[in-house]
Design a protein around this ligand. Structure first.
Ligand SMILES: *Cc1c(COP(=O)(O)O)cnc(C)c1O
Length: 382
């Protein structure tokens, strides 16, 4: 469709082209070159952390963070079930077991009371995931980690620009990760970052990232490492993206405000932003009142050229993690009623109006039609 509104698209209007051309002109296109260190330094500076190391995507960033902490077979890592699959898979890669916790109904973030309930003698770490750009309750999670002597990992893939009590997420835990996939707030195409204030963890992460190469001896490898390096080209794009982050974030916050305003008198609800957090609104997401309305609304919006995504399916419901008949009622409910709306910075106010009008019409229609969902669909699509 011609006027199709995607759920996300990157904005590449800064120095991306210039810096990438510098890579090409200089022939430094692989994982050595000046943009790697420049991007890492600028990034560490931006979130205010001691050490940052680039990697080739956000999934391996999490794997590397876990390896740096020495997590492996026999260990348990507590993770929210309502997250992107990569958070759980990276735990499984190490041989450790992901232990899922439910979400809070208001912020949609991991429930600290459930975290407490899931701690066993095998628990080594808690992985906080700042879902859709809203920070987790870091104070409580930090207290729990201290009390039980657990590592704290932050998966900040969706949360660059998010603050908890005016401190950037990713600086609360022992080690944290970011993603720069094409739909993330800043992108390098594929890419990620591991950050920490602990030099020892930084050293371990970079050692694993670079094939376990000995620092002082060429072609001597003392562990089974990985090639998780980012290219200079990706770092060049990342640096250019980071230069524009303030404008991306302020526009995303405006977009969230426009959505909230448009739905304030409707049955559509948003996740709550508590006073001590600043959400970066990676994805603006809504809940429809009834699960059956969700897919119907998405189909209707698709018919209008508006692309949406369902909220994540809780990971504990997927075949490879569905054992023990676990029930996470809040995450399951959110997963069935939630929709990600288009949320990219170059979205115009007119486009947002078009989207919110379409949603309000749908919700109004489906309310006045008290009969079956087939009727609703008939009425709306015909
Ligand atoms: C995007 C994302 C990742 C990592 O994704 P990559 O595509 O590998 O960069 C990890 N966790 C969460 C919560 C994400 O949204």
């Amino acid at each position: 469709m011609e006027n199709r509104i995607p759920v996300y698209q990157p904005t590449l209007l800064g120095n991306e082209r210039k810096y990438v051309n510098e890579c090409l002109d200089s022939t430094w296109i692989s994982s050595k070159g000046k943009f790697i260190a420049e991007f890492e330094n600028a990034f560490a500076n931006y979130i205010n952390v001691e050490h940052a190391t680039t990697v080739c995507n956000g999934t391996v960033a999490i794997h590397l963070a876990l390896l740096a902490l020495g997590i492996g077979s026999g260990d348990e890592v507590i993770v929210p079930t309502l997250t992107y699959i990569a958070s759980a898979n990276a735990i499984a890669y190490t041989g450790a077991k992901p232990v899922f916790v439910d979400s809070l109904a208001d912020t949609w973030q991991m429930n600290p009371a459930d975290v407490r309930a899931k701690i066993t003698p095998n628990t080594r770490a808690i992985m906080a995931v700042h879902l859709y750009g809203h920070p987790c309750d870091m104070q409580t999670l930090k207290e729990i980690c201290k009390e039980y002597d657990l590592f704290l990992i932050e998966d900040c893939a969706e949360a660059i620009g998010s603050l908890y009590k005016n401190q950037h997420v990713g600086t609360f835990g022992d080690i944290s990760t970011f993603s720069f996939f094409g739909n993330k707030t800043i992108t390098t195409g594929e890419g990620g970052m591991v950050v920490t204030n602990n030099y020892y963890l930084y050293e371990r992460a970079t050692h694993f990232k670079g094939q376990g190469l000995d620092k002082d001896r060429q072609y001597w490898h003392d562990i089974i490492g990985y090639n998780y390096r980012m290219t200079n080209i990706c770092a060049a794009i990342g640096l250019a993206q980071l230069e524009q982050i303030d404008s991306f974030l302020s526009r995303k916050i405006e977009i969230a405000a426009l959505y909230k305003e448009a739905f304030k008198n409707s049955e559509i609800s948003f996740h709550a932003e508590h006073a001590d957090v600043n959400s970066s609104y990676w994805m603006c997401s809504i809940l429809v009142p009834k699960p059956y309305q969700r897919d119907l609304l998405c189909a209707y919006l698709a018919s209008q050229g508006i692309e949406t995504r369902p909220l994540f399916y809780p990971v504990h419901t997927m075949p490879m993690y569905a054992n023990g008949f676990a029930k996470h009622a809040v995450a399951e409910d959110l997963g069935l009623r939630g929709i990600n709306l288009p949320s990219y910075p170059s979205l115009s106010n007119e486009q947002i109006r078009f989207i919110t009008d379409a949603i309000n019409i749908f919700i109004g229609e489906s309310k006045s039609t008290t009969l079956s969902k087939h009727k609703v669909l008939d009425k709306i699509l015909n």
